[in-house]
Design a protein around this ligand. Structure first.
Ligand code: PRP
Length: 189
């Protein structure tokens, strides 16, 4: 399938502004991050990756297969955006992971750090549970947050300030299945 058809088949014909990161660029970067995480932890570390749903579901799926260590996976469900393209500044916790956190090496896995609201809300919740260590891995980082309670240790890409979709990221719950990351052409363009 040629590129244009491949895209339009998945967007229902809606054109995109541009592809920001291709499937290949993402795969290569995820492999690199997987290697860095593998090298970071001492042998025998009790490693727990906690993905923030829904946006991180594809990233987590790909990332854990690139980490050459025993690990466990859980998820956290938060919601902040509603159907708008700007952050509402509020984060609701909809599902708390069942996994034990105390004395474990925890990596929170985000698809994107945008306003930083989600990280700033979730990190203190985990700190209270006394993990052995707590790190953040995010595929995309916009570097817009005025202050983050903790900077991500692993960042896939320093992302442009555009509305990004695909590879798990949505607009009104659509486009999560794009295999690449694109910016969305807005109705006013
Ligand atoms: C998005 C995204 C991040 C968060 C980042 O999630 O997946 O989790 O917002 O934005 P912030 O830094 O401004 O908090 P969203 O709440 O839209 O839910 P989703 O993961 O289900 O798409």
């Amino acid at each position: 399938m040629v590129e244009r058809e491949r895209i339009l088949a998945r967007t229902g014909g809606r054109p995109l502004n541009r592809i920001v990161y291709t499937d290949q660029q993402i795969a290569e970067r995820v492999r690199e991050i997987g290697r860095h995480i593998t090298d970071f932890y001492p042998e025998g570390a009790d490693l727990l990756l906690v993905g923030l749903l829904k946006g991180s579901f594809i990233f987590v799926g790909d990332l854990v297969r690139e980490i050459a260590r025993p690990l466990q996976v859980d998820f956290l469900v938060t919601a902040s955006y509603g159907s708008e393209t700007v952050s509402s500044g509020e984060v609701r916790l909809l599902y708390d992971p069942g996994a034990e956190v105390e004395d474990r090496h925890v990596v929170l896995v985000e698809d994107i750090v945008d306003s930083g609201t989600t990280i700033n809300r979730v990190i203190p919740l985990f700190e209270k549970r006394r993990p052995a260590s707590l790190e953040i891995c995010t595929l995309l980082h916009k570097h817009l947050a005025p202050s983050l309670v903790r900077e991500p240790r692993w960042v896939g890409f320093d992302a442009p300030d555009e509305f990004l979709i695909g590879y798990g990221l949505d607009h009104s719950e659509n486009y999560r299945n794009l295999p690449f990351i694109a910016s969305l052409r807005q109705a006013t363009d």
